[in-house]
Design a protein around this ligand. Structure first.
Ligand code: DGJ
Length: 436
């Protein structure tokens, strides 16, 4: 009896240390002091972190992680077509969770930042709330949350917006709309260095159309979507846009559209926010090689710049490893992404569009002095466990970095003939889209 008790205690402690069990009062993740891929992560009270499709706001030296609370039974549903039926899974919305941390390793549950409490038709329990993103507006001193709002059949395709005076909420829901009259699914927010904010949507005109990416500017208070969006990707049917900036380059990491199943990531780069965006293909790198084509069994959701000393060009990519049969069991895969740049000209005046300025530039006021660089390599590196503050394995340490050009995706000739290039794609299906 005593023997079996001792054995069971030892097994529990071991499981806790390995991060496989809920350990009240301590986070298994913290015990390791590492980010561990594809396991349940625990908060500082031992609760399983429910923050899927998540994003991060860094405010006053604190990281705020917002995500979908999927701690509800997974439902099976279908779309009935004349000749076939498509089955999919979902969870009814509970709300948007918020967790806080000072080190990206130890998380405190701040509770539900936006509750699906029935106070608005978008917040009824049967609805869908996905991929929350939050920005702080300096002017209004409000935190502004945008969220993909849908019904159980994903037929609404709207963006909802909520505001709060505190990062942890409660956010006051303001309503929803289709951004620039397009059906929008996955999206992200992006704040430019000058404080202007944008929303990037995976949009479509009709439900079965392939999605194209639109870049919409937000109003000065971040609470309204302005007209005339830029079409930054043609209808390639990419989802889950992750937009970030490094030096004077913009990076748009995307997934394919396969419901909850993982697929190959594709990253695009541009020298101006409005594009043109060029594909660099799938950035997955390192072992296990057989996981490259499915983004290490995950779908990227958000990017955070990492400031590890002596490690420029490193971002943490937050991704979800979805469990489609039981979505609340989905886990997180956070990996380092490394960008290396090649210096083209040490210091040069460039216009905001990224073109080298010339002497007869009509608007010299738009020019800024920057190092003119080109992207040399983009790699999303596999790690089963790593420390975001010191575990980047830079050149000269444990990982042998092979600098060299990543495979740049060549567009099929037929595609180029149809769309020209990735520059805003074909003529948009309706008027009002800004073609740049
Ligand atoms: C893929 C999207 O990226 C997810 O956020 C979610 O909407 C699923 N589709 C639903 O099937």
């Amino acid at each position: 009896m005593l023997m079996s008790l001792a054995l069971s205690t030892t097994v529990t402690v071991l499981l806790c240390l390995l991060g496989f069990r809920k350990c009240s009062g301590a986070s298994a993740w913290t015990l390791k002091g590492k980010i561990v891929s594809g396991e349940h992560w625990l908060d500082d009270e031992g609760g399983i972190i429910q923050a899927h499709g998540g994003s991060m706001l860094f405010h006053n030296q604190t990281y705020f992680w917002y995500g979908e609370n999927k701690d509800a039974p997974t439902e099976w549903r279908s779309w009935k077509m004349p000749d076939q039926e498509w089955w999919y899974t979902r969870t009814p919305a509970l709300g948007i969770s918020c967790y806080s941390s000072s080190d990206l390793l130890n998380w405190h549950n701040e509770g539900m930042a936006l509750k699906a409490d029935g106070s608005h038709e978008d917040l009824e329990a049967g609805q869908t709330l996905e991929r929350p993103r939050v920005l702080y507006n300096n002017l209004t001193q409000q935190f502004v949350m945008w969220v993909h709002v849908d019904d159980a059949g994903y037929s609404l395709c709207r963006l909802g917006m909520a505001v709060s005076a505190a990062p942890t909420g409660p956010f006051r829901y303001q309503g929803s709309m289709q951004a620039n009259d397009q059906r929008n699914g996955d999206f992200t927010l992006f704040k430019e260095d000058n404080g202007t904010a944008y929303v990037v949507t995976a949009s479509q005109k009709q439900s079965m159309d392939p999605r194209f990416m639109l870049l919409h500017e937000l109003s000065i208070d971040f609470q309204r979507v302005l007209p005339n969006p830029f079409r930054i990707l043609p209808p390639l049917d990419r989802e889950s846009p992750v937009l970030f900036k490094y030096e004077a380059h913009y990076f748009l990491l995307t997934s394919g559209s396969t419901f909850w199943s993982p697929n190959a990531a594709e990253i695009f780069t541009a020298r101006a926010l409005e594009g043109p965006y060029a594909s660099w293909g799938n950035p997955c790198h390192g072992e296990p090689m057989d996981q490259h084509g499915i983004t290490f069994s995950s779908q990227a959701s958000f990017a955070i710049p990492l400031q590890a000393p002596g490690a420029p060009g490193h971002f943490l990519i937050m991704a979800d490893r979805w469990q489609s049969n039981d979505l609340k069991e989905s886990t997180y895969v956070w990996l380092p992404l490394h960008i290396s740049l090649r210096v083209q000209k040490p210091l040069q005046l460039v216009s905001k569009s990224g073109e080298a300025a010339n002497d007869d530039n009509e608007d010299p006021g738009q020019d800024e002095a920057v190092r003119l660089t080109a992207v040399r390599r983009i790699a999303l590196e596999w790690r089963s466990a790593w420390d975001p503050h010191s575990g980047l394995n830079l050149p000269g340490t444990s990982l042998k970095y092979r600098e060299g050009r990543s495979r740049v995706h060549r567009l099929p000739v037929a595609f180029v003939a149809r769309y020209g290039s990735y520059i805003h794609g074909p003529e948009p299906p309706d008027a009002g889209l800004n073609k740049g």
